[in-house]
Design a protein around this ligand. Sequence first.
Ligand code: ADP
Ligand code: MG
Length: 312
Amino acid sequence: MTARAITTSGLTRRFGDLVAVDDVSLEIPRGGVIGLVGPNGSGKSTTIRILLGLIRPSAGTAEVLGRPIADPSRYADRVGALIESPAFIPTLSARRNLASLALLRGLPDTRVDEVLHIVDLRDRADDDVRTYSHGMKQRLGIAMALLPDPDLLILDEPTNGLDPAGIVEIRSLLKRLAADGRTVIVSSHLLSELEAAADYVVVIRFGALLFAGPLAELMRQARTGVEVEPEHPADAARLAKLFAAQGWASEMTGDTLRVQVDPERAAELNRAAQGASIVLRRLAPRTQSLEDVFLQMTTVAATTDTTVRKAA
Ligand code: ADP
Ligand code: MG
């Protein structure tokens, strides 16, 4: 048994000139909730389809639960997936939808109640699916993916289009599923939707891997600093020079000077300003949110090298 849920090496998928997945090499550990995040069009769905054996890569290799993707039948029974909207019969109840799927797959009928319980749909299990909310339909889709009791669950944007309450429900479901020992890979174009649930994140943009690691490590990349406002805006330029002389870079936004320095050293900034007889009316630590880090990674960089998405 391998310790990795997924490994990829030089994984690439082209659609004509477009490189949808661009030379991605990564290792995703077993267990926990793994967020696959990137703006729309980043190649999340394409990556998932390759891993599920639905499409072939143009180059590179990958393994799912230690088995090569060249032969998906060797891992298909251990992987559950929800990609795009779940396919069910709207005029049947959740229970009957699940029961017919179980029959089709040769799975025991007892599993139906188990998965209904896991996704918290037992109360409405006998109502027609067409009466369900979007969130309930997504949970039914996850229940379908859970039927074979898979070790690995892959969900492509399960929170897309859900209201905040629906997102919270899915998020807690993801955590419960992972707590049972499964690996849950879940994609989203919004890191904020996964922030509270993901243990590990993979960030991609234009098909290229930007980051793969524990969420806490991504958080450490958050750029912190100190915001400083002199009492007289006219002093801002002098203040910036003063700070630069100490080795602290800064940038002006309106009347605020953003200084790239550890907030722990705020007193030193204050002292330097005082030494030059500049009174500060504001001195505040600035920490980036995880979403800021994500946006910076996926948008700022995107404007500077848009060429990466075209095939050489
Ligand atoms: P995401 O899921 O991150 O939004 P996708 O994997 O769906 O991104 O798409 C990545 C890129 O590949 C997009 O530019 C998309 O238009 C393109 N793409 C995806 N599937 C196809 C296809 N079957 N034919 C042509 N282009 C495709
Ligand atoms: Mg997608």
